[in-house]
Ligand binder design. Structure first.
Ligand code: DND
Ligand code: ATP
Ligand code: MG
Length: 277
């Protein structure tokens, strides 16, 4: 994936917003899903990484609806790449929801990995993925110890574009918002009571300072959502999608490319067919 390219925007994006009744039903459905996952696992609650971003904020609100605040444990895990604003927003979410949370500085842990392979430490993608995977290890450390499940925060747009770290932020036990496009996540967050500054915040993985999802993918989320909904998830041809959204063919091709190149992330690791049965 090339980085920091021009952000392409459709001037006629598809409106995927849900009605108030649909938002009520969605919130109840997703909370019931979380409760079922925890019950089916025989677990005593959930762990969630809190980044101050809208995806983890939304899942935290849903988890508290589902399980009650005393059964949700938040982990705020800063590295040098995280902004103070995001980390303080993450703590604000935990305090607002009344959940237990810990702040775990992951820089020293990541530095141990960097020291093991100094030649890779300046590779911002490889190093950024170390931050992401370190958080996954800590989520499971707590989940194992406290008999909890790990809540994922991936949405439909990220999943279909492969915009996540394999066995990193995708290493979770369930994805409550995994079938919502990004604009629907923002809408649900507002519906659940998340404050405006979190709902409208620029999405970032914060794997390095200044990273933004839209600059890296080269598309804004409304356009990505729309191309996925119409073409990759939906029945429209490339040409019909271009006409419907008034976008360039290259927008659609970029999304198809992101989707196809990340197929391995959505599949079990392959093994050869058995030779002898
Ligand atoms: N065809 C194939 N079949 C099987 N395995 C294949 C493969 N191609 C690559 N691989 C494996 O996958 C690895 C590359 O995948 P991976 O390690 O995930 O790394 P990669 O996809 O290169 O990078 C992760 C991407 O996700 C973004 N991200 C990460 C975390 C959070 C967020 C966020 O939105 O918050 C976004 C990040 O900005 C970056 O664009 C390769 O090193 C290789 O091990
Ligand atoms: N510093 C961090 N501390 C704890 N968890 C984190 C941190 N950074 C990322 N995460 C976890 O990784 C997930 C994936 O990050 P991602 O950026 O996709 O979501 P987000 O930050 O919640 O929302 P947005 O996409 O709008 O930035 C987060 O939702 C959160 O669970
Ligand atoms: Mg983020």
């Amino acid at each position: 994936m090339s980085t920091d390219q021009q952000v392409l925007q459709s001037d006629a994006p598809l409106d995927l917003r849900l009605s108030d009744a649909e938002l009520d039903a969605t919130a109840a459905h997703l909370a019931a899903f979380i409760e079922d996952v925890v019950d089916d696992a025989g677990a005593e609650g959930a762990v969630i990484g809190l980044s101050g971003g809208i995806d983890s904020t939304t899942v935290a609100y849903l988890a508290v609806e589902a399980l009650g605040p005393s059964n949700v444990h938040g982990l705020v895990m800063p590295s040098v790449a995280n902004s103070e604003e995001n980390m303080s927003d993450a703590e604000w979410v935990a305090e607002e929801l009344g959940i237990e949370y810990d702040v775990v500085e992951i820089q020293p842990i990541a530095e141990a990995f960097f020291d093991a392979f100094p030649e890779a430490a300046d590779d911002r993608m490889a190093a950024g993925n170390v931050y992401v995977r370190t958080r996954a290890v800590l989520n499971y450390f707590v989940a194992n110890h406290e008999n909890r499940v790990v809540l994922g925060t991936g949405n439909r747009a990220e999943a279909m574009a492969g915009y996540y770290t394999k066995y990193g932020d995708q290493a979770v036990d369930c994805n409550p918002i995994g079938n919502l496009y990004k604009q629907q996540v923002r809408q649900l967050a507002a519906h659940l009571g998340a404050p405006e500054n979190l709902v409208t915040k620029t999405p970032s993985a914060e794997m390095w300072s200044g990273q933004t999802d839209e600059a890296e993918m080269g598309l804004d989320y409304d356009t990505l959502d729309a191309i996925l909904a119409l073409h990759v998830d939906g029945p429209l041809s490339k040409a019909a999608t271009v006409r419907a959204l008034n976008v360039d063919e290259s927008h659609v091709e970029r999304v198809v490319d992101l989707h196809e190149r990340s197929a391995h992330k959505r599949a079990m690791p392959p093994a050869p067919d058995p030779l002898h049965r």
